[in-house]
Structure formats: structure tokens, C-alpha cells
Design a protein around this ligand. Structure first.
Ligand SMILES: O=P(O)(O)O[C@H]1O[C@H](CO)[C@@H](O)[C@H]1O
Ligand SMILES: O=c1cc[nH]c(=O)[nH]1
Length: 239
């Protein structure tokens, strides 16, 4: 049976039930080529690369989400509605914001606050819905981190609509426990809730927005590898 959604050129059986979603298509390629066996590229539409392969004998797909809530919403919607995906795990970079957060830290987003209009557009004014991770995936990720000796921080992040944004009160957000800022997780969590599937975001702090601390390319690769290994172990964890 031929099935292609608007932005993903895959047939019905080409995508696994569990998908890792990096923003960057080249990270999707790197994950597939470095961590999976028997890989097959199912998507090149708009260069939003998608691959399916095997990790420790389990079928896993990797689909680039692009940057921002509008972009990940397209891919998450199509993965869930056209391809029957049940577990979506974002593997992304994040700008650190708190004093206890440093570059190379791995953060599991328990919740994703947002300044995006998706909350208001979905629920109407006066309702401040809290996009939240799937607890089973969160628990699996935390357990896998302990088993692998990877230190993780778990908490609330901000899914921001603008990468360049000097009009936001970051001190207030830090005061209320926001660990860092990225641009997609809130939408992923909302869509997972809407369609009763599971979602989680596992992030690496690539820079610190307040202190200006940055990672070198080599450091980034090592901490990305920890995040990816953790995400794959979470992906194959039993429900
Ligand atoms: O590294 P990725 O997964 O793309 O995530 C972060 O990086 C991009 C901004 O540079 C945004 O997509 C943000 O969420
Ligand atoms: O959205 C993002 C991602 C990484 N670093 C940032 O500062 N912002």
C-alpha cells in the first residue's frame, strides 16, 4: 500500500512505532549512521531526513523535525496520524538558563512551558494548559540514565517561539525553575496528549543563554552521544 503524507514520503510500513526527533536533519543522519543497523532512508522531502533501522534488535526510526513549533507540529501530526507512531522522543539542543545548569548537561523535560500561541489557539483565552511529558517514558529515561551513569536534570523548560529574543523576562523564568530554552517540546507534548500517544524530550545544553558559555564541537559530540544513547534506550524500553 502506498501512503505518503504531505511532508513525509514514506510508505505505510516504513516508519517504526517509535521515532526519535532531532531538529537538525544532519543529526538524524548522524544518529542513524552511528547508532542503528540495517538503516533505510525513507524521507528526503525538504531534506527533512527520515531513517528506519534497528537498535539492539528493536525497530526505531529517526525523523528530523526542523526548527520551531510550526515545523515539529507538521512532522509529529503526520507521524501520528498517517504512520501510526506511538512514541515520539525529541533529541535536541537547549540553551541553559539557570545557575545550576551548564553546557553539556543532559536535561529531561518533565514539562514544557511556552510563549507560543498554540495554547491559546487550542484552548481559548484564560486557559493555561501545561504541556507535560509522558510519565512512563520519563521514568524509563531516568532509569536508563542511572544505569548508564549519565547525570540528568529533570524539570520544566521553555519552548520559545523566537531564538533571538531580548524581550523576555528570563530572570523571572529562572526564578520559577525553568532550566533552559528550546523551540519544539511544548507542541510535541500537546500533540501527544491530543492523540493519546507518548512523548518525551531529552536535551543537551549546547550553550548558556545567561553566561554565554559555549561548547566546543568535540564536547558537543560527546554529550550528544550520551543524549542519543539515552534516547535510544528509552525508545526500546517496554511500556
Ligand atoms: O538542536 P535542535 O533539535 O534543532 O533544537 C534547538 O536548536 C534549534 C535552534 O538552534 C531549535 O530547533 C531548538 O529547539
Ligand atoms: O533554542 C535554543 C537551542 C539551543 N540554544 C539556545 O539558546 N536556544
Amino acid at each position: 500500500m502506498i501512503l505518503m503524507s504531505t511532508h513525509i514520503g514514506a510508505q505505510a510500513n516504513e516508519i517504526a512505532e517509535v521515532v526519535l526527533m532531532p531538529g537538525d536533519p544532519l543529526r538524524a543522519k548522524y544518529i542513524a549512521e552511528t547508532f542503528l543497523e540495517d538503516i533505510h532512508q525513507y524521507n528526503t522531502v525538504r531534506n527533512a531526513f527520515g531513517y528506519t533501522g534497528s537498535y539492539k534488535g528493536h525497530r526505531v526510526s529517526i525523523q528530523a523535525s526542523g526548527m520551531g513549533i510550526p515545523s515539529i507540529s507538521i512532522y509529529a501530526n503526520e507521524l501520528i496520524q498517517f504512520y501510526g507512531v506511538k512514541k515520539l522522543i525529541r533529541v535536541g539542543t537547549c540553551g541553559g538558563m539557570g545557575t545550576d545548569i551548564h553546557v553539556r548537561d543532559v536535561v529531561i523535560a518533565q514539562a514544557a512551558s511556552t510563549d507560543s500561541a498554540i495554547i491559546n489557539n487550542t484552548f481559548g483565552s484564560g486557559m493555561y494548559y501545561a504541556p507535560t511529558a509522558d510519565f512512563k517514558l520519563l521514568l524509563a529515561a531516568h532509569t536508563a540514565a542511572q544505569q548508564q551513569g549519565i547525570t540528568v536534570k529533570v524539570g520544566n523548560i521553555l519552548s520559545e517561539d523566537r531564538f533571538y529574543n531580548d524581550e523576555i523576562d528570563r530572570n523571572k523564568l529562572i526564578e520559577y525553575g525553568i532550566l533552559g530554552s528550546e523551540m519544539e517540546s511544548a507542541a510535541l507534548y500537546m500533540l501527544a496528549a491530543k492523540y493519546h500517544v507518548q512523548a518525551l524530550a531529552i536535551l543537551t545544553i549546547s550553550n548558556h543563554i545567561i553566561t554565554g558559555e559555549e561548547t566546543t564541537a568535540e564536547e558537543r559530540e560527546k554529550s550528544f552521544n550520551e543524549m542519543i544513547a539515552l534516547s535510544l534506550e528509552t525508545a526500546i524500553s517496554a511500556d
